[in-house]
Design a protein around this ligand. Structure first.
Ligand code: DC
Length: 225
């Protein structure tokens, strides 16, 4: 018999952008052989889709309709919107900005709920986002909130941009990071905040491997509870 989704373990990893949660979540999923949900990619795809269709990012009903019918597929690390490979496009700063705007619209969040929950498949799921432990998978067996100082996160983003051959300005990145945090934290619906039962991990002075080990140890401590 297929186990009911409720029995399938979920590890919820939330936190602000560039806290390292995406990399940590992917590695934890790969160690455990679990599925992986990058929920931020769904908000990015929604914003990109709105931009392509000329739908204003504050048109709640219009953007929610696009979100509900998003022709998105993920395979082998690539992200597709209908017939178009948008793996790089959804990572653009403008799309990240747009994602943060559409993510503040309640109808858009509701439109994406079932799609996110459908990722809960055996043998388990590692879900990465802002409201995985508080809303989407409030019954997750293990919840983690990964943070790092805005300066440390801006520095990581700076290095990524330089490595890719882009120009970057560190003080501007710190300011962007703070503005994005403020918007994600202050919004009325599903704001960025740790679940009351989440383990807080500050990665300001921690490497990825140590963060992965901390998440795995937390999950193992919860198994059988
Ligand atoms: O994690 P990210 O940078 O790819 O997320 C893009 C935007 O989407 C970010 O500004 C916050 C929003 N988001 C959200 O509101 N809820 C989620 N579960 C994931 C992302």
């Amino acid at each position: 018999m297929t186990p009911s989704p409720i029995n399938i373990p979920v590890i919820a990893i939330d936190g602000p952008s560039a806290s390292g949660k995406g990399t940590v979540a992917e590695r934890v999923a790969s160690v455990l052989g679990f599925h992986f949900l990058d929920s931020g990619a769904l908000y990015r795809l929604t914003a990109l889709s709105a931009m392509k269709h000329g739908v204003a990012l504050d048109n709640e009903a219009g953007v929610a309709a696009l979100a509900a019918a998003l022709p998105a597929t993920f395979h082998d690390g690539a992200v597709w919107l209908a017939e178009e490979n948008v793996t790089e496009a959804i990572r653009a700063e403008a799309v990240g900005e747009g994602a943060s705007k559409v993510a503040a619209l309640p109808a858009v969040r509701v439109a994406l709920l079932d799609r996110q929950r459908a990722y809960r498949q055996a043998p388990g799921l590692v879900a990465d986002g802002r409201d995985m432990g508080t809303v989407v998978f409030a019954d997750a067996v293990a919840k983690v909130f990964l943070t790092a100082s805005a300066e440390a996160r801006a520095e990581r983003r700076y290095k990524q941009l330089i490595e890719k051959g882009n120009s970057a300005n560190l003080p501007a990145l710190v300011a962007d990071m703070q503005a994005r945090d403020a918007r994600d934290t202050a919004r009325a619906v599903a704001p960025l905040k740790p679940a009351s039962d989440a383990l807080l991990i500050d990665t300001t002075n921690m490497d990825i491997d140590s963060a992965v080990q901390a998440v795995l140890a937390h999950y193992r401590s919860k198994q059988g509870n």
